[in-house]
Ligand binder design. Sequence first.
Ligand code: MTE
Ligand code: LUZ
Ligand code: MOS
Length: 754
Amino acid sequence: MKNIDSYTHLRGESLFVDDIITRQDTLYGLVFDSPKAHGIIKNINFAKAEAVEGVIKIFTYKDIKGENQIGGIIPDEPLLAENEVHFQGQPIAFIVAKTEAIAKKVRALIEIEIEELPVITTAREAKEKGSFISAPRSFNLGNTESAFAKCKYVFTGNAFSNGQEHLYLETQGAYAIPMENGNIKITSSTQGPTSVQRIAAQVLGVAMHKIEVDVIRLGGGFGGKEDQATPWAVMAAVAVQHLKKPVKFVLNRHDDLRMTGKRHPYDSTFKIGLDENLKILAYDVEFLQNSGAAADLSPAIAERTLFHATNSYFIPNVSSTVHSCKTNLPPNTAFRGFGGPQGMFVIESAIALAAHKLGIDKHIIQERNLIREGDEFPYGQIATKVEMENTWHTAIAKFQYEKLEEKVARFNKENPILKKGISLMPITFGISFTNTPMNHARALVHIYQDGSVGVSTGAVEMGQSVNTKILQVAYKTLGISPKKVKLETTNTTRVANTSPTAASATADLNGKAALKACKALKERLTGVASGMLQVNKKAITFKKDKVFVNGETTKLTWEEIVSQAMLERVALSENAHYKTPVIYFDKTKEKGHPFAYHVYGTAITEVTVDCLRGTYEIDAVNIVHDFGKSINLGVDIGQVEGALTQGIGWMTMEEIAYDKNGSLLSNSLSSYKVPDIFAAAKKVSVVPLETKGTKMAIKKSKAVGEPPLMYGIGTYFAIQQAVKAFNAKYNVKFHSPFTPEKVLMSLYEESSEA
Ligand code: MTE
Ligand code: LUZ
Ligand code: MOS
């Protein structure tokens, strides 16, 4: 089944926040933000700004009736700055005017005086100065100290991975309208409608039931709207509370780039120890996460870095620590993979360094240490139904890895200027929110009296096609045609207390709730049909809008049963709740069974580097991926291709740059490059691994949203291999993105060690 939105997407008819027909008395919002990264606000002068014709009101923290606090995990973030500012782009005032153009004019006239304080932009500097968001976390297994003593080879190094801009096509935004009795309805482009509702209620000082949040769909989120869609919606709501007029606020691209957080840069140091058989005996790693100026989701992201610090390998002795370092950058946030990619880049770097020093290929070490059935992850979960080696060996066989190696060696021998490199990248990604209490969802399913069906869940559609998957689950369970089912908007009044659409778990959680609701409805209607046909319930099935008895078709239709159910006063609505069984995690011991299951896969990446220019092409990425039993392979392969490309962008070309004053230099799409069709891999093959799947996944179809991003990490090491083939004196470094500039320098540098 195609994505159910493809028809309206293609015709430009799909609705996003900016497409909503506004009420004619709508006002427009704009944020006045801090021009300095750290300082004390000495004075703000609104006089000139307030004199502009058409400005309605400029809101500051003083206008907030509830709490000026939007922090989700830690209450450390004001909606509007009070006396201090902590990053450039931090909201200070919210301008509401008759038009966006007027608001812009007003913004330019606000005068501010800030007494500047020292600015920290890097995690390392923050650590040296003792500037942290929260206490460090450590996951440990075995005893690294005694294990290192037994190692034949020990290597130490460091790895840096930079941030990444989400670049959702639809920028952040919301439209808030006053209803009666002080109630407010907010249409938001958010992954977390309940967060918007909860924080709006808190800031406005009203009960949650006064705030209704509705989400039609997102033009991409990628984690950037898990927490950071909230402030804009809440500002609009604050203005509605005062003005009793609708307020629309959609960020322009420049403001969005400047004011919102990104993937966290990580600066990490590692020590890896191997025995004579190249078994990794010990791994010691310290991650410095550049969290930015407030917690946002940083502690949860730091935690997931630890969960994935050993990627797809079993290492018997591990000590891993992460520090969430407070800097004067916009608070960094969730981004596809949620700290997992950063953790995996470091272990892959450690293995690459060991291989380099030992003069062998990286994949020999990788292969010898792949996780197997019964192995223990550093967080205590025992690996079961492991498909790691299965994907690895299937990839090697299917894509003829040995032939590829020969081809590359031959090519590099014959070509003095062009060099090829290849890499193998295994992934193992845990599915579930690592915070166990978040793993729940609900669905509300109505069968209308004409037989059509409306499905509401907590899932937010953001291009990943979760609505398509839930629709498939609903129509198949009810035995009706797909066109009879409609996926409703995500709305806090219909489905309450939801977890955000995140952690790749949305289709599992909400799909399972929808499945449960549909099963209950079908059971009831089977009772009605049994009465109408005078046969045992067990003999009855529904298929394609018809009723079958013992597999034989009857004249009775779905519509007729629904009509009869109405006459018999049978409930045609069902609300179901699902929570992931089995999982738990004990933070006092840092052990447990946090994941419902893991997703596995292996990518083989082939690149060609132009050693005159430092430019490169990604010739092919060949992947064997564990989808379980996919319910929609078209959608799932699309997710792999998209995530892979996003991962390649992170590793190769997307270069976030702040200057030492905390000013974003990569502040437009001309200075921040994301992969386009020319930068994407020339060829991508995705082969689904044949497995039985797991019952923990919706219809045994495993979560797919985030894991394939980490295939992109393979690109770094493929390029590195090509560089090594050209320059024997290259001093291997792990500093992503591996931009053409850095490649060029690497091609011609002479090792400082040698
Ligand atoms: N795909 C598209 N097209 N747009 C997105 O914003 N977000 C990704 C992934 N795939 C995203 C996407 C992220 S970060 C997550 S967590 C998952 O989708 C969330 O959806 P799921 O739980 O339904 O997989
Ligand atoms: N969000 C979250 C996530 O709150 N918890 C998680 O574990 C998670 N994992 C991936 C992406 N978003
Ligand atoms: Mo995805 S980072 O869980 O929104």
